[in-house]
Design a protein around this ligand. Sequence first.
Ligand SMILES: [Zn+2]
Length: 319
Amino acid sequence: MKEVALGIDIGGTNTVFGFIDREGHTLAESSISTKAHLDVRSYLKALHDKIQEIMSTLKTEVVLKGIGVGAPNGNYYKGTIENAPNLTWGKMVHFTDLLKDYYQVPIVLTNDANAAAIGEKIYGGAKSMSDFIVITLGTGLGSGIFVNGKVMYGHDGFAGELGHVTVNYNGRQCGCGRKGCLETYVSATGIKRTVYKLLADYTDPSVLRGISFDTLSAEMITKAAKEGDRIGIEAFEYTGKILGKKLADFVTFSSPEAIFLFGGLARAEEFIFRPTIQHMEENLMPVFRNKVKILPSSLMERNAAILGASALLWMELEK
Ligand SMILES: [Zn+2]
């Protein structure tokens, strides 16, 4: 009998899940639509049906040790999802309590960026580290912070919102209602805003001119930069400069051994890593210089969301 964790990652559009063993091997995975279910109870019924269907196709006999859930605005202490912007299930969803109607195993929930950090710790590049930070660069900027071998949750479960550290008090409007937050500059959406500003400020020809804001993607900007497009390269330079300066601040707080970058923008390789490292080092307090590694997440090309969620369960069981 093989011991497995069920990892579930809830996204605004789809929910993906998989059965993962302690070594990080995926036995099976599948998905259902999240947004097709306006009500959380109908969603849970559909999810349970699909999970049972996939479980019955497994070739190995398994023991389900528990369930880990990664969710937007997930609260580890309460097992709730609170005010998630892309979900329609109400302000406060008691998710783990509802899931317990279907499964009598340990169930743990946290936000998606914490899950990414736990995945890095259990299966990825941070196995031997006690102090590190994972920065997820998607539509916004998320962060999971390990201090002394543990995820930092804070007193209410919402610690580690580095995406909403202020870069400029008169800066870009943020979705959180404030101005100039880090994620308005450093995220897939942030770099699009930067490209549009550069296109307005400079007259250089660019393959990015003529692409509407809604069509423009971080992948297009990466491709342009790799092909030598000045606006594309400059957009990463600007993004890396702001990220590097803020990472220098974060280092003073928790003294991490490494900071891992995860998500679309990290695929731009040296276009984002070089300016980020340069500006972090230039702005670090001398005692921290040349000590902190900036690395790509080692889970990037794998089913990271499911791995992170299942790693949460393993970490809980090993406490
Ligand atoms: Zn904000």
